[in-house]
Design a binder for this molecule. Structure first.
Ligand code: GLA
Length: 739
């Protein structure tokens, strides 16, 4: 069984990992070990061994060896001699901030229940177990339940904390992290995924060092700038070998991932809601549940870590209705028309797209209110009659009659000053009394902490889903929160706003996905500004970035692939010169990058030449033929565009049985007389024979993986050159040869 309990020692075992903690002498919980699986024992004297250190407080006069600062703790408080940043903090009515959570009891249950009101993981009773350890602070009369679910086959543990006020007085929860992990040494590289709008999730690595290193967001969204996914890898770890921890948070709002290295070189990892801009009034009887943190570990390198975490999300987080369902090839009109369209224009695009094999038409921004640019109408989710006089349902019928699916863009969380909604309900806008509101993209944020707002949006969106039989919704969020404050909350609860806002977003998502389980949601926040596990629980796809340039997308998709499976990544082919960079890349390269995600097109296909249309038709057919491999295959990073001069990147997808694979190698600039290049494949069966399309040689899997495939350089002609060899992509389609 994945969880064993001996003498107040808890041992969580997955197929390859062990996670151990115990009840310490003072009744609080101590962390013992997280790493490669070890045998279960009644005790581990070497893990509990201590030495007395000078000049630091100890628990009691007769226990000078019990020094909280030197202990690995499981969910630590501040103020009793452990000076590292705590996992939580509670203020009592008398102003004191000391907590002593003593062990009470534990429970083990088969399976895993979803959390109420928060996006969360789920599992049936088959081989998944959940441990709940209950602790109590007798003075504050506060109960703490730490919950751990063990997913043995993906080597994942999911953690959260729940505080319940069992007393008579209101307590203030100032900080409530989802997970704490104290590691015995700090010899790790911190891998984070950072960037900005149009440059999301670039890999940044730095060694841990004394003091705190953190990534986080206070924007009201997980953000373009930092992402809750974080890895800690041994310095020698690479894609194929070595030990690494993966962490993530199932949450889309303000977050903090922090690693603190102390004087004894232990590393404390805290993951959770950012304590800045957070506070919660815990009234008598009330419970506060933190979001869930995901922890994973491997000794088999970073590709393995990404794969096991990705597989875990596919089975235990993504809406099961869509987890294994092929995602449609779509065309989105945004970069094709921006705000400038009418029914004739849209149906012409849809009709051409249909001829090219595309399966869904998505109408983006500009169909509602009187929206001709980004200054008006957000909140008025009724058709813009001048642009589309026959209405959305009529357009949807026409699209459906072409045997295309139909999708629609919304930005539910926003409001324009120039909107009927704002005129009717100015009090629904997020603002601080007596202060100017700070605009962002000419718009303001609607108060999702207000249940009336959630009801209004549910009414508007559900009516359109029903009337137009929507197959898909792109849910955008194009600015971050400023002047965070809800007019509906009393003063003492304003620190709850950021989290209550997220709970409102999740409630709307939850209601819509429950009522319309067949509607595919794609989340978006000016591209990838809210690309996280909280969104993934409701929206199986996310728009990866507003940057559709093939060269830029290499780094964006490569960086994203560490923390998220490729099925989550919306990836579109757009027109050139590219709207974000001005770069002109071949349409083959644009497609070769977009194949490794949920393929779409984002251009006015009616303006494409016959040659371009033929290329698109071929691409769509090729993608559909290999769709399962592209969307669900095991994803391997081969050559990183984040190393060296970044001129080359490559990756590969492999089928579950190892018999089919597609690899791609991208080269940004073509250099003359280059080095001798090989591409080393991964994930094949060593003894299996394979052929690469367009090549007669029969290879063994071990040859392809260890000896590699020769990549000839581009340009062998001394005649005139007709076109640039820059921005090239080579695709290798590899299939097992059956005997
Ligand atoms: C954001 C999205 C784009 C598009 C526009 C519409 O920028 O990321 O894909 O939907 O909004 O305004």
């Amino acid at each position: 069984m994945p969880i064993s309990v001996q003498q107040h020692q808890f041992h969580l075992q997955t197929d390859h990992t062990s996670y151990l903690f115990h009840v310490m002498e003072n009744g609080e919980l101590g962390q013992l070990y997280y790493g490669q699986r070890i045998h279960d024992q009644p005790d581990y004297p070497d893990l509990t061994a201590r030495e007395e250190h000078g000049a630091i407080p100890a628990w009691r006069l007769d226990r000078p060896d019990f020094q909280p600062e030197t202990l690995k703790q499981e969910y630590a408080s501040l103020g009793k001699g452990d000076y590292r940043d705590p996992a939580f903090q509670v203020t009592s009515p008398d102003g004191s901030r000391i907590s002593e959570f003593r062990y009470q009891d534990y429970q083990i249950a088969d399976g895993k229940q979803r959390l109420n009101g928060l996006p969360s993981t789920f599992a049936t009773a088959d081989d998944v177990q959940t441990l709940t350890v209950t602790l109590r602070d007798a003075v504050a009369q506060l109960t703490l339940a730490l919950q751990y679910t063990v997913f043995p086959h993906q080597d994942v543990i999911v953690r959260s904390a729940r505080f319940t006020n069992a007393g008579e007085q209101t307590l203030l929860l100032d900080r409530a992290m989802s997970s704490q992990l104290d590691l015995p040494d700090a010899n790790y590289e911190l891998m984070q995924f950072s960037g900005s709008w149009a440059r999301e999730r670039h890999l940044v690595c730095s060694p841990l060092h004394s003091g705190s290193q953190s990534i986080g967001s206070l924007r009201g969204a997980s953000s373009h700038q930092q992402n809750p996914a974080m890895f800690l890898a041994r310095p020698t770890t690479d894609e194929d070998h070595g030990a690494a921890f993966g962490f993530n948070l199932i949450y889309s709002g303000n977050f903090l991932d922090q690693v603190e290295v102390d004087a004894f070189d232990t590393a404390r990892i805290l993951i959770g809601i950012n304590p800045e801009e957070f506070g919660w009034q815990l009234t008598p009887g009330e419970t506060f549940q933190t979001p869930e943190a995901v922890l994973s570990y491997t000794t088999a390198g970073l590709n393995q870590l990404s794969q096991q975490m990705g597989e875990f999300y596919q089975h235990h987080l993504v809406n099961p209705h869509f987890a294994q369902t092929p995602r449609p090839v779509l065309i989105n009109n945004w970069e094709g028309t921006y705000f400038n369209f009418d029914e004739a224009k849209l149906t012409a695009i849809a009709s051409d797209a249909k001829d090219l094999g595309i399966e869904m038409f998505v109408l983006d921004d500009g169909w509602f209110g009187h929206r001709d640019d980004d200054t008006t109408s957000l909140g008025d989710w009724d058709v813009y009659a001048q642009k589309l006089p026959n209405g959305i349902a009529h357009l949807a019928n026409k699209i459906h009659a072409m045997a295309l699916k139909f999708g629609l863009w919304f930005e539910p969380e926003m409001i324009s000053i120039d909107s009927d909604l704002y005129r009717a309900h100015p009090e629904w806008t997020v603002r601080t009394p007596h202060r100017e509101m700070t605009p962002g993209r000419n718009q303001f944020v609607i108060d999702m902490a207000n249940p009336e707002v959630v009801d209004y949006l549910y009414g508007k969106i559900s009516r359109l889903i029903a009337d137009a039989h929507l197959d898909y919704i792109k849910w955008d969020m194009n600015r971050n929160i400023t002047e965070a404050y809800s007019p509906t909350l009393p003063a003492e609860q304003q620190m709850e706003f950021a989290h209550r806002y997220m709970l409102g977003v999740y409630q709307l998502y939850g209601r819509l996905t429950a009522a319309y389980p067949n509607v595919l949601f794609e989340s978006c926040a000016s591209g990838g500004g809210r690309f996280d596990l909280g969104m993934m629980a409701y929206a199986p796809q996310a728009w990866t970035s507003d940057d559709t340039d093939a060269v830029e997308r290499l780094k964006i998709q490569f960086g994203t692939s560490y923390g998220y499976p490729q099925t989550m990544m919306g990836a579109h082919v757009s027109a050139v010169p590219n709207d974000q960079t001005g770069r002109i890349t071949p349409i083959e390269t644009r497609a070769a990058v977009a194949y490794f995600g949920d393929l779409g097109y984002e251009l006015d296909v009616t303006k494409c030449s016959a040659i371009e249309k033929a290329a698109i038709k071929e691409q769509v057919a090729f993608y559909k033929a290999h769709r399962e491999l592209f969307q669900q295959g095991k994803f391997y990073r081969l050559d990183s565009p984040f190393t060296g001069d970044g001129n080359v990147g490559s990756w590969q997808v492999v089928s579950a049985d190892g018999k089919h694979a597609i690899a791609a190698r991208y080269q940004v600039l073509n250099h003359p007389n280059p080095a001798y290049n090989r591409l080393y494949l991964r994930g094949l069966q060593p003894d299996q024979r394979y052929k690469i399309a367009g090549n007669d040689h029969v290879y063994y899997g071990d040859e392809l993986m260890n000896a590699g495939v020769f990549i000839p350089h581009l340009q062998d002609s001394t005649e005139g050159i007709e076109e640039s060899f820059d921005f090239s992509a080579r695709l290798l389609v590899i299939d097992a040869v059956e005997k």
